[in-house]
Design a protein around this ligand. Structure first.
Ligand code: MG
Length: 206
């Protein structure tokens, strides 16, 4: 498979929402270990807004921009800020109605770069970055022109990154106040972002 179309991307968002809804309670329970327990609700709201905003999209740049603003207008909190930044960063690095492997790599790097402007958290801090950074890096390393390989590599890296947060101590944001108590539980955000990226891959591979 050589190109990602706008309709395929919309289907990926819908699949991500569907998979995230199935695990909403799990994400909230993980957030409750070291936070306020709202992450399941927050990520479902963000993806719902994304799916809705994408509906009438005809090309990548304006659709991703609508998604980014849609997420930020309809939801609030860090999940909204970070996912909104992700889609807006993608919008700045995508154009046209279909993307090849190089175009997808550029789009996802743009998304990550914009998230990195919103948070100082990096790998090892037990946040979404533990899933997102390895996923985007794995994508960049893929040499295949088959776009399914890109998403597969990203999904595997995101899942491994999320699993690694189980052994980490939170040292970012409010969660750092709980220190040792966070060890033994995966980060809610890394888990939900891994779920989203995994759903992107599932959608395109099946
Ligand atoms: Mg929370």
């Amino acid at each position: 498979m050589e190109f990602l179309t706008v309709d395929m991307f919309k289907a990926m968002l819908r699949e991500a929402l569907c998979e995230i809804e199935k695990r909403e309670d799990e994400f909230s329970r993980l957030d409750a270990v070291i936070g306020d327990g709202d992450h399941g609700t927050a990520i479902v709201s963000a993806l719902s807004a994304a799916v809705k905003a994408a509906e009438n999209g005809a090309e990548f740049k304006s659709m991703l921009s609508d998604i980014g603003f849609g997420v930020m207008l309809e939801t609030s909190g860090s999940t909204s800020t970070l996912s909104g930044a992700f889609f807006l960063g993608m919008a700045n690095h995508a154009s046209g109605t279909e993307l090849d492997a190089a175009g997808i790599k550029t789009m996802f790097s743009g998304g990550l770069a914009n998230v990195e402007k919103q948070t100082r958290a990096r790998i090892g801090d037990k946040t979404i970055m533990d899933a997102l950074i390895p996923a985007v890096e794995a994508m960049q390393k893929s040499v295949s022109a088959d776009i399914r390989e890109l998403f597969k590599a990203a999904a595997i890296a995101a899942r491994q990154g999320a699993e690694q947060t189980i052994n980490m101590k939170a040292n970012y944001g409010r969660a750092r106040n709980y220190g040792e108590r966070s060890i033994g539980y995966a980060d809610s955000g890394a888990s939900s972002w891994s779920c989203m990226i995994g759903a992107f891959a599932e959608c395109i591979i099946k």
